[in-house]
Design a protein around this ligand. Structure first.
Ligand code: NAD
Ligand code: UDP
Length: 323
């Protein structure tokens, strides 16, 4: 199959490119390199079945493909708040452009949505039928509301135009190839612990998240894209239901790095959700999907990746210059 992956040079996208290329598909990786890096996909560039295109999804593009995974969108609060208007455009205009392509060529399309559509949830754990508790005018809304509109567009193109759509609601995912300065909690804590810096816990650290290792998530993506069912167009949560406070996560990172750590508490960002944990019954029954990598094991793999980069900062510098 010929498969388009937008945001393919980013953290999750590059893992997805690798897995689908290894399975024998032809991959078109499309990215504007805002948070993605050539380095994430450089090992695939010599493969005649792999093509890398620098392009912004907010602009139309004509391609002929069988499947589209639409991941293009910055995911870290630091990055999506850098240019919030652009973040909205990416989710809204980008998704319209990709849906237009899917409609034109008859491709199946999967949208990377997020647990952020639940906002600061009052239902716990979160099931897909919960409408969420999102501040429409806050600092996070460019991302949350952008993704909610992307979901709306998926459903309307399906109902109105018969486009074959899928929506995956991704819960916090971590692993190798996250940016060192990504700003998300797992990469922050690991890099800080490796450098011997204090771990920056926002607020009192009692807020919770559920962390999924990237290989498990990629398996969920591929299963959802390739499953047929009457209600397959409705959203599916994919995440690891293991729930940790940020204080517990700091302890887990200390264990994975094998060092004592110190914590410093910084101000809690506005609208930071207090709790988050997926109900994955739908993914289990529809896709037969379950996470397989516990946090301690996934953190060890991620620490190994960052350890090399923190110990060889010149490698990191030359890579960012060439991006
Ligand atoms: P990432 O920032 O590493 O990847 C996003 C990629 O999209 C980058 O390569 C970036 O350069 C590219 N991009 C951004 N705007 C673009 C544009 N306008 N045109 C073309 N490319 C553009 O983040 P990630 O963690 O890999 O996230 C991938 C997707 O998964 C995103 O859609 C994100 O919202 C979603 N998601 C991720 C998580 C998570 O925990 N990692 C959680 C929920 C949802
Ligand atoms: N967080 C933290 N220290 C950091 C970065 C984040 O304590 O250095 C907290 C943040 O306030 C949030 C949680 O970790 O409660 C997850 O943040 P992240 O940005 O990784 O993801 P999101 O908030 O989008 O779930």
């Amino acid at each position: 199959m010929r498969i388009l992956i937008t945001g393919g040079a980013g953290f999750i996208g590059s893992h997805l490119c690798e897995r689908l290329l290894n399975e024998g598909n032809e991959i078109i990786c499309l990215d504007n390199f805002f948070t993605g890096r050539r380095e994430n996909v450089i090992h695939m560039l010599g493969d005649p079945r792999f093509e890398l295109i620098r392009h912004d999804v907010t602009e139309p593009i004509l391609l002929e493909v069988d499947q589209i995974y639409n991941l293009a969108c910055p995911a870290s609060p630091v990055h999506y708040q850098f240019n919030p208007v652009k973040t909205v455009k990416t989710s809204v205009m980008g998704t319209i452009n990709m849906l237009g392509m899917a409609k034109r060529v008859g491709a199946r399309i999967l949208q990377a949505s997020t647990s952020e559509v639940y906002g600061d949830p009052q239902v716990h754990p979160q099931t897909e039928d919960y409408f969420g508790n999102v501040n429409p005018i806050g600092l996070r809304s460019c991302y949350d509301e952008g993704k909610r509109v992307a979901e709306t567009l998926m459903m309307d193109y399906n109902r109105q135009n018969g486009v074959d759509t899928r929506i995956i609601r991704i819960f916090n995912t971590y692993g190798p190839k996250m940016l060192e300065n990504d700003g998300r909690v797992v990469s922050n804590f690991i890099v800080q612990a490796l450098r011997g810096d204090d771990l920056t816990v926002y607020g009192d650290g009692s807020q919770t998240r559920s962390f999924c290792y990237v290989d498990d998530l990629v398996e969920g993506f591929i299963r959802l894209m390739n499953t047929e069912a009457d209600d397959i167009h409705l959203p599916v949560n994919v995440g690891n239901p293991g729930e940790f406070t940020m204080n517990e996560l700091a302890d887990e990172v200390a264990k994975a790095v094998g060092r004592d750590i110190k914590v410093k508490h910084l101000e809690l960002p506005k609208d930071d959700p207090k709790q988050r944990k997926p109900d994955i019954t739908r993914a289990q029954t529809l896709l037969g999907w379950n996470p397989t990598i516990p946090l301690a094991e996934g953190l060890k793999k991620t620490v190994a990746y960052f350890a090399e980069r923190v110990e060889n900062p010149s490698k990191q510098r030359s890579e960012s210059v060439s991006k």
